[in-house]
Structure formats: C-alpha cells, structure tokens
Design a protein around this ligand. Structure first.
Ligand SMILES: [Zn+2]
Length: 201
C-alpha cells in the first residue's frame, strides 16, 4: 500500500511522507469541533504543537475500542497505553495517553521487533523524483539515512525521532522508494504484541 503520493500537511503545508508514528490522516470524526484541524494528511508533530494531540488520540482510541475490541494495556512512566489487535487486518494499533498513536502490521513485530518497511513512492511519479533528489542518489540498493532526506526536504523538524534508511528498491516490475525505520515501541509493548499474535505467527 503506497501512501497518497506527494500529499501535503493540512497544518503546515509541507510534505507528509506517510511514516507510521510520525504521520496521520485525520478523518472528520477524529477532529474535535473548533480545534482548527482540517481533515486530511498531517504530521503528528503539527497536531501536538496545536495542543490537540491528546484529544485527537482520544477520539481515535474511542473508535478502536468499539471496532478493535481485542486489546491489552499497561502503564509506563505515568503514560497509559493500549495495544489493539485486528486478526482480519493483521495490524496492531497502539494508543498512548500522551497522544502518540502508531498503526503497524503484525509482521513488523514477528520478525524484526519494532521495525517497519514503508513504500513511500513509485519511481516515475513526481513524488518519487522529489524523494530521490532529496536522497542525493537514484541508484538502486543504496541506503540513505532518513534524516538526510528529511533535512533536504525541509521537514526534519516534523520527524524528530525518526531512525532508519530510505532506499530505491528495484525488484522485478516493482521500482519503489522504500523507507525502513524503527517504531517508537517500548519493550513492554513489543512483548505484549507478541503475546497477542495468533499462534504460529
Ligand atoms: Zn505539518
């Protein structure tokens, strides 16, 4: 699934890459009246700066409590969290009371704890061209630090905790710009995710 190519943040009008834990698409029901947040893609950081991150996360959480009722939770450092699982979507959805939300696939927990692969763009599109220019290379299989790409794109301050790489991946017909990055999951969340996985993965 490729992120809506080249979308811009409804709050700061800068590029949204589509990285789990850093970006979100705000839907009308998630947004409190009068919060000033329009529906559409946005940076989590922009929501936090508006001071509505907490309320926004709460609305998303209420939705998942009904739709994804299979969950386990805990408290760490005064922050409450709940991890929801969906066996049909094969995804987890992490909610934290400090406003952090991360949606990630079962597979990213089973193989490499807390690591995720995200297809950012298909080579040939204007969005991919912009990413490759920011990476400084269009050669396949060269891993560029994500931070150097976000700096070149002028969005480094929107991805403050990002750790990972971005690569042009060419495999058969697929020619993609792909990010591999760490999810900001605590060990307790990773342990819980593994307990929630269906047996056999
Ligand atoms: Zn933004």
């Amino acid at each position: 699934m490729i992120h809506d190519a080249g979308s811009r943040c409804t709050l700061c009008d800068r590029l949204v890459l589509g990285l789990a834990g850093h970006d979100w698409t705000a839907l009308p029901w998630m947004i409190a009246a009068g919060s000033g947040v329009p529906p559409g893609p946005c940076h989590v950081r922009c929501l936090e700066e508006l001071g509505c991150g907490w309320a926004w996360a709460g609305a998303v959480e209420n939705y998942h409590r009904i739709r994804w009722p299979f969950w386990l939770g805990g408290v760490e450092g005064g922050v409450r969290w709940r991890l929801h699982g969906s066996r049909s979507a094969r995804r987890f959805h992490l909610w934290r009371s400090d406003g952090l939300l991360i949606s990630f696939p079962y597979a990213s927990t089973a193989a490499h704890p807390g690591r995720i692969r995200t297809e950012l763009a298909e080579v040939g599109t204007a969005h991919a061209a912009a990413l490759l220019t920011a990476m400084g290379t269009d050669e396949p299989a060269i891993a560029v630090p994500l931070t150097s790409m976000t700096t070149a794109l002028g969005v480094a301050d929107r991805y403050p905790r990002v750790a990972g790489t971005v690569t042009r991946d060419r495999a058969g017909a697929a020619d993609l710009v792909t990010a591999r990055h760490r999810l900001t999951l605590t060990p307790a969340v990773v342990r819980t995710a593994r307990r929630m996985l269906p047996s056999g993965g």
